[in-house]
Design a protein around this ligand. Structure first.
Ligand SMILES: [Zn+2]
Length: 576
């Protein structure tokens, strides 16, 4: 039942929150000396964008930049303050709070979340200090936050750790594209406060601390995204619908489809406000009505351009890889500093749009039923003149700094001989080689981190779960994740059901294992092999492996009809 352990932490970073990548084919046409590609240099210079400071954007409006991956915004009103977004951890929030406390001692009246991502929500408790204040969000944000457990969290956690370069040594790490670093790891503290005031539909107006605020639903990087409008000062707080980088229309940590059409429409809504100052929730504010207008119009056009041109080529019968080769931003957009590919990339966006509209199949019959990896690797080795020759080709390509080709050849060799030392070494050198010249932070961090993993210097494991957080996850999320934790071989001959009654919350669930499939019902089935009566928090702690079922049973915290050993055996069918 380690699902819980894995699950929560998967959420933490993935939800937290992309390059020039290599040229279209992924091959470097010309070898570049270490660290001198224009893009890699630009990524280094981009750090100026996150210089740590509290910027006074206008009278009574302050932005903390560079304290973590995201910004936190302080609005000082007549009789109190409002905080918009609260950083990724208690540690990051604490630094921001200290800086804000030097500006004003007025009491906090409200916290607003622009969206659910942990880098905007997990430091909230540091600002609220346990006091009862309005914590305001769109109702979709509340729903997302309540679903802390998603089915793919383990994998997205691992991929997020790579993309943010969390475990990289200093000399291999530059920044995270939209912030200096992510102030979150397995030792960080989550200080999340659940929103207590939500709104549905297009928006709401409110007055907090004497300041008039408009909250406008503006789906973009996420569906729950809102932007905040201060009509009195003509300030627009953009959430993550704008930051100084080509937008992350696809995140390589892996998440649900991000709809470019909705994002472009929201930018149009933002433009219509004619803001004098725009404060993004990553990177620095943009000042001047004309500048804001130009920025938003360009951002919108870039998104629409990539979307529309992808669709156009799809309809003309091109394959995703061919489309990637054809689409680059037109020069008037590509040259804008806020459309450089520090975080998102055009190429990854194109593929995401293909996949969003058409699914995985490229359209080419060759791709319908590809031969197994090992078979292809064997054929490649034969073509090269044998397995040894495969390795020689890879060595040769490494000398020519054709890193992408080294990766392909090394992977083929490793498919034939897993763990082969020479191939591993070649792969590691190629990963570092290709990583070195990246102008995209996510790509760079991913290449370097995977190099460490490939050479056996890093194993990304799940972080320990904070019991506090465990108890906040709804039972439904725990049960709905169970199906995907079932061991199909162990359970192939098993037909058994367990029903759970949670007296404290008046909820019930039944788990039926039927020959390799776990079917979950949100009800107390009329009959079952085992009946468990337990309080919800006790069960959550068992599910998270904080406590063991046998110990909880011995302490009388779990009542079992049908035998505790039978229950333990049943739960062991779900190793994850
Ligand atoms: Zn963010």
């Amino acid at each position: 039942m380690s699902r819980f352990k894995a699950g929560l932490w998967g959420f933490v970073l993935p939800a937290l929150l992309i390059g020039l990548l290599i040229s279209c084919s992924g091959r470097q046409e010309e070898a570049l000396p270490a660290r001198t590609s224009v893009q890699a240099k630009e990524l280094v210079d981009h750090a100026a964008e996150f210089k740590q400071e509290v910027i006074r954007a206008a009278d009574g409006v302050y932005v903390a930049v560079g304290y973590g991956i995201a910004n936190s915004i302080l609005i000082e009103g007549q009789d109190g303050t409002v905080i918009i977004d609260t950083m990724e951890s208690a540690e990051a929030a604490w630094e921001v709070k200290k800086a804000f406390d030097r500006i004003t001692a007025k009491p906090l009246k409200a916290v607003i979340f622009t969206h659910f991502h942990p880098d905007h929500t997990f430091g909230a408790g540091i600002f609220t200090e346990g006091k009862k204040v309005d914590v305001i969000a769109h109702e979709k944000t509340l729903r997302e936050l309540d679903q802390m457990l998603s089915l793919t969290q383990e994998v997205t956690y691992r991929r997020a750790m790579r993309m943010y370069g969390t475990f990289l040594p200093k000399h291999e790490f530059e920044n995270v594209g939209i912030g200096p670093f992510i102030r979150f790891n397995d030792k960080a503290t989550i200080s999340y406060v659940r929103p207590n005031r939500t709104f549905s539909g297009k928006g709401m107006k409110l007055s907090a601390a004497g300041v008039d605020l408009g909250l406008i639903h503006a789906p973009g990087e996420t569906d729950d995204q809102i932007v905040v409008w201060l009509p009195g000062k003509k300030i627009l707080i953009a959430g993550d619908n704008y930051y100084k980088s080509f937008p992350n229309l696809y995140t390589i940590r892996g998440q649900k489809y991000r709809d470019p059409v909705a994002w472009a429409q929201s930018l149009e809504k933002m433009r219509a406000l004619r803001a004098e100052i725009m404060i993004p929730c990553h990177t620095r504010p943009v000042s001047g009505t004309d500048k804001v207008e130009e920025t938003l119009a360009d951002y919108r056009d870039a998104i629409q351009y990539v979307h529309d041109q992808t669709i156009r080529w799809i309809n003309r019968g091109l394959l995703p890889d061919e489309i990637v080769e054809r689409i680059t931003l037109p020069p008037h957009l590509a040259s804008k500093p806020y459309l450089r590919e520090y975080y998102g990339t055009v190429a990854w966006s194109v593929k995401n749009i293909c996949n969003g509209y058409l699914g995985w199949f490229s359209g080419n019959a060759t791709d319908l039923n590809p031969s197994p990896i090992k078979e292809r690797a064997g054929a490649m080795a034969r073509l090269a003149g044998g397995q040894k020759a495969l390795l020689e080709h890879a060595e040769d390509a490494l000398k020519k700094e054709d890193y992408q080709w080294v990766l392909v050849l090394a992977d083929a060799y490793l498919a034939l001989e897993p763990g082969a030392e020479k191939a591993v070494k070649l792969k590691v050198e190629a990963l570092r080689g290709v990583g070195r010249n990246q102008g995209n932070a996510n790509a760079k961090n991913y290449y370097y981190t995977q190099a460490m993993e490939t050479e056996g210097k890093l194993k990304i494991t799940q972080a320990q779960v904070n019991p506090d957080v465990v108890e906040r996850v709804p039972l439904g999320a725990i049960f709905s994740a169970m199906g995907a934790r079932l061991d199909p071989e162990k359970s192939l001959g098993v037909t058994k059901s367990v029903r759970f009654r949670f007296a404290d919350t008046d909820e019930a669930y039944t788990v039926h294992v039927r020959l390799g499939v776990a079917f979950i019902e949100k009800r107390f089935a009329p009959a079952a092999d085992i009946t468990v009566t337990v309080d919800s928090n006790v069960w959550k702690r068992l599910a998270a492996k904080i406590d063991s079922p046998a110990a909880a049973y011995a302490m009388g915290k779990v009542k079992v009809e049908g035998g505790i050993l039978e229950l333990v055996r049943f739960l062991s069918l779900f190793p994850g």
